[in-house]
Structure formats: C-alpha cells, structure tokens
Write a protein that binds this ligand. Structure first.
Ligand code: TAP
Length: 494
C-alpha cells in the first residue's frame, strides 16, 4: 500500500476501534472494561470489554447452539467454503484498517502488518475456504461380509486462545480450519491485542457467518482464558502462547471434561551456519533479519546463532552491522524496521534478560539499551551477545525480544548437540551447500520445522508446530484439520 507516515498517522486518528465482545453474532458489552495501551507512545488506545466467566458462558452457549442445532456444521462443505472466501474478501476490503489496528495495539511496523500479517490472514481464510469441499473420507477394504466407513466429523465447540505477537495470523490459523471443518469457535485474544480479533469477528458476521459460529470474548488470560479452558461444553482447546500457560491448559482439561488440547508453544531456535554455507553474507543477513523481525517477538525467532569457529567473527560482525543499521521507531512509519516491544512490562522482562546475561559474563556486542523517542513508547535496541555460557539463562530461556546469542562450534556433532540442548523443539535453520549434510542435520534436529539455506520461509501447504515442549499438533496445511475433527468408524454388516 502506497501510504506515507503522515497518511497512516491521519488514518489512525479516525480509526474506528471495536470495544465490545462479539457473542452470538452481535456486539456484547458485558463485564467491566480494561484499557489497551499502545506501545507506540504509551497512550491509551481503547477501553475494551473485560470478559469473565459469565461472558465466556454466554459465548460458549452460543457456540454450542450453533453447533448442535444451527446450520453451520450441516451446510454443504462448499457452502461453508464460500462463506470463508467472503470473509477473506471483506478482510481484504478493510486491509488497511486491520493493519493499522494491529500496528497500534502491539507495535508491529505498519509495512509488516499490511504486507505480512494481513496477507497471511487473507490467505488462510482463502486456503481453508477452498479446501472445505476437497476432503474425502475412507472406505477401507475389510471383511467380505462387511462395509466399513471412516468419516471425519467436526469436533464441536472450539475454544481458541492466542497471543499478541501475530494477533490475526495466529487467530486465523485456528479459526479458519476449525470453521472449514464445521466447528464453531469462541476466540479469546490476548489482553494486549484484542482489537484486531474483535474487528475480525464483526467482518466474519458481515460476510454471512451465522450467529454463534465465531464468538470473540476479550479479557485476561487468568480469568477469561481459564474459564474457556475449564468449560465443560468446549470440546477442543487450541492454544498458542507460552509453554508455562500451555501447561495450565492441560490441567484445565484434566480438571474438566478432557477436552482435546492442542498447543503451539515457545521456542529457543538454533540457526546453524556451516563454513560451506552457499553465501555467508546472505546467511548472516538472514540471521539478523530473523531475530530482529517483529522485534524478536517471534516463537520461531532464531535466537541462538551457532556459527563454525572459522567464520564466527565474520558472521557476528555482519550481524552487528545489520543490527546497528536497523531503523527503530514509530511503527506507523513505513520506513521503520523495528517497532516498540508490546508493553512496558515486556520491555522490563527483556531488559532483565539482558542485564542478567551481562552479570553472568556474556559479552554484549551491540544494543542492550532502551531507545528513547520523542513520543515515548517501549523501544529497545537490537541486541547481540557472544561468549554466552551454554548453561546460562540466556542460552536456555525464551527472551521473546530482539536479543541474539552467538555460540561457536568446531564440528557438526557439536553443532547438533548444541542445537538440541533445549527443552524446546519448534524450529531450526542450517546453512550448507552440501545436500547430504543438510539432510543429516535436518534428521538429527528435534524441531518441527527445519529451514535449509533460508529462515521463516513457507506457505499454507506445509504444517507448522513443535516437538518437545514447543507443543503438539500442527497449524496450517490439511494437517490442521486433524485438530478440529474426530474420526468415526461405521461398520456395516452386509
Ligand atoms: P502467554 O502469556 O502464554 O499468553 C497467551 C494467551 O494465553 C493470551 O491470550 C493470554 O491472555 C492467555 N493466558 C495467559 N495466562 C493464562 C492462564 N493462566 N489461563 C488461560 N489463559 C491464559 O503468551 P504471550 O506472552 O501472549 O505470547 C508469547 C508466547 O507465545 C511465547 O512463548 C511464544 O513463543 C509463544 N508463541 C508461540 C507460537 C507458536 S505458533 N508456537 C506463536 C506465537 C507465540 P492475556 O494475555 O490476556 O493474559
């Protein structure tokens, strides 16, 4: 989109921000309110409905009715698909307002919000809309006097709880396949970023989604998220967020109705650069882009850069040069590469990691300081450490900010051992011109996605998710439908 910084600032002044829950097809202003503060300038952005157990009950009841007796699960899949395509079209028609909402609520640079986040959301609704009627059930060859049918049926009411770093993409990755499968949904967005999800609910209703099929309740995790996790009428809980909160959802399920729990959790992803990388400059540039993109608030952020000692200083220096050249500032400026961190609390947490790393002997190569701007806001310099102790908190814990740790290794076995020395298993990168090495390393890495000579690439055709404590199940691709369907066997004696 060809808009200037001033254009976006002007548009922000008149942007209509939805502030109420969306329940049973209509706005609903139950509960108290909480204030969403923009990390761009630290100013209040909106007072949003603060849902509690009562609002979650209403939303789940609406989703239950829509599932048990409404038209949605009974529609021909092609008709469901056409509705999802209309949702995509309406999002596209309001693309600039959606992008601006994301940028204002969580600080993503507007160009990334418009080009990356919104493209992902629109593509997700289109992809699952087109897939809705392409699924086939199976009729296995069985005993000669019997006919067996194995059918996939919609799993019921889905509770979806998502974080703030990609508020629309991650909501879309859950909502679109769940709806395509014939489920109904109650979505609980993060307290930091409820506005874009509330906008999505309104657009979905306008596109013809029947009442109760997509409900959004804004509110806090420990109250609204917990109520959804414990709700006896929720059949599936699809969560994206931290590993710590993922554990809560497993407990909620155990303490309630054993709902299916699907978890997309944190990461501490290794990015291995071997001396035979096809283009070392490119590898370094991608390593820098990967950790600083979205302010490092990425589950897949390549936060551990593992470089062969023969090229370590060259690569580290190239990453530092890139870090220093990055433009940090107002997310509404199309020239901004890195916006603010999502909140003051989160900035403090990330700075806590930085200070602890310095205290434990890591060498700060660049960054590590807050960036003060005229408008206020929660900005941090892109930060690079090396000489990080392998057993330190910085080496182990997810920072979820623009902080890179560089490690060195001398042989491939050491690199793989270092890469796997984490409780997480979300993603990894390896840079080598040797196809055989690439395959060997990919097989040895315990990660849901391995990128070879690239990072963060992919499209909707490929599944995405984690091993180990990064979660279970997969978002994206036809595999995502496994989360939102149950297999049924019908055995007919002939
Ligand atoms: P969390 O603190 O885990 O929050 C995620 C969601 O859970 C929010 O909606 C939050 O609500 C809610 N929540 C918090 N405490 C809860 C509780 N006790 N019971 C029920 N719900 C609760 O994560 P975050 O800080 O928003 O996001 C960062 C984390 O998400 C990182 O670990 C990151 O790696 C992970 N992440 C993973 C992926 C994938 S695909 N694997 C993608 C993006 C992010 P409130 O915020 O309103 O309290």
């Amino acid at each position: 989109m060809d808009a200037t910084h001033d254009d976006w600032k002007r548009r922000a002044q008149t942007l209509d921000l939805p502030e109420t829950h969306h329940i049973d097809g209509s706005p609903h202003a139950g509960g108290g309110t909480f204030t969403v503060v923009s990390p761009r300038d630290g100013r209040p952005l909106a007072d949003v409905a603060d849902g509690g157990a009562a609002e979650v009950d209403l939303a789940v009841a609406a989703a239950r009715r829509a599932f048990d007796s409404g038209p949605w699960p009974r529609l021909a899949p092609a008709e469901r698909g056409r509705t999802l395509l209309r949702v995509a079209d309406l999002i596209e028609a309001e693309r600039a307002d959606f992008a601006l909402t994301v940028s204002l609520e969580m600080g993503k640079p507007i160009t990334d919000a418009y080009d990356i986040e919104l493209r992902a959301l629109i593509n997700t609704f289109r992809w699952y809309g087109q897939l809705a009627d392409k699924l086939t059930d199976a009729s296995p060859h069985t005993a000669p006097d019997a006919l067996a049918l194995v059918t996939r049926e919609p799993a019921g009411v889905v509770g979806a709880v998502v974080p703030w770093n990609f508020p629309l993409t991650l909501a879309g990755w859950k909502v679109a396949p769940a709806l395509a499968a014939g489920c109904t949904v109650v979505l609980k967005p993060a307290e930091n970023s409820p506005l874009s999800a509330l906008r999505l609910a309104r657009v979905a209703s306008a596109a013809g989604l029947p009442p109760g099929v997509l409900n959004v309740v804004s509110g806090s995790g420990p109250v609204a998220g917990r109520a959804l996790g414990l709700h006896p009428d929720v059949d599936v809980l699809a969560f994206t967020g931290s590993t710590a909160v993922g554990r809560h959802f497993l407990r909620y399920a155990a303490d309630s109705n054993l709902k299916r729990v699907w978890l997309e959790l944190g990461g501490k992803s290794p990015n291995i650069i071997l001396p035979d990388a096809p283009d070392i400059e490119q590898a370094a540039a991608t390593a820098a882009w990967g950790i600083f993109f979205n302010q490092g608030e990425m589950c897949t952020a390549p936060s551990r850069l593992l470089v062969h000692s023969s090229i370590a200083e060259r690569v580290t220096q190239a990453v530092i040069d890139r870090a220093r050249a990055l433009r940090v500032g107002d997310p509404l400026d199309p020239a901004t590469a890195m916006g603010p961190l999502v909140s003051g609390d989160h900035l403090d947490r990330v700075l806590g990691h930085v200070h602890a790393a310095i205290d434990t002997g890591a060498r700060l190569r660049t960054g590590g300081e807050r960036v003060l701007t005229q408008t206020g806001g929660t900005y941090l310099q892109p930060t690079v450490f090396d000489r990080v102790a392998k057993d330190s908190a910085l080496a182990r814990d997810e920072v979820f900010g623009p902080v890179l740790s560089v490690f060195t290794f001398d042989d491939l076995d050491e690199a793989v051992a270092l890469a796997n020395a984490t409780d997480y298993g979300l993603a990894a990168g390896v840079w080598t011109a040797n196809l055989s090495t690439a395959h060997q390393v990919s097989r040895a890495l315990r990660a849901g996605t391995v990128w070879v000579n690239c990072y963060e690439e992919g499209d909707l055709t490929v599944p995405f998710g984690g091993m180990k404590q990064s979660g279970n199940g997969r978002d994206k691709s036809a595999h995502a439908l496994e989360k939102y369907t149950e297999l049924k066997t019908t055995w007919i004696q002939l």
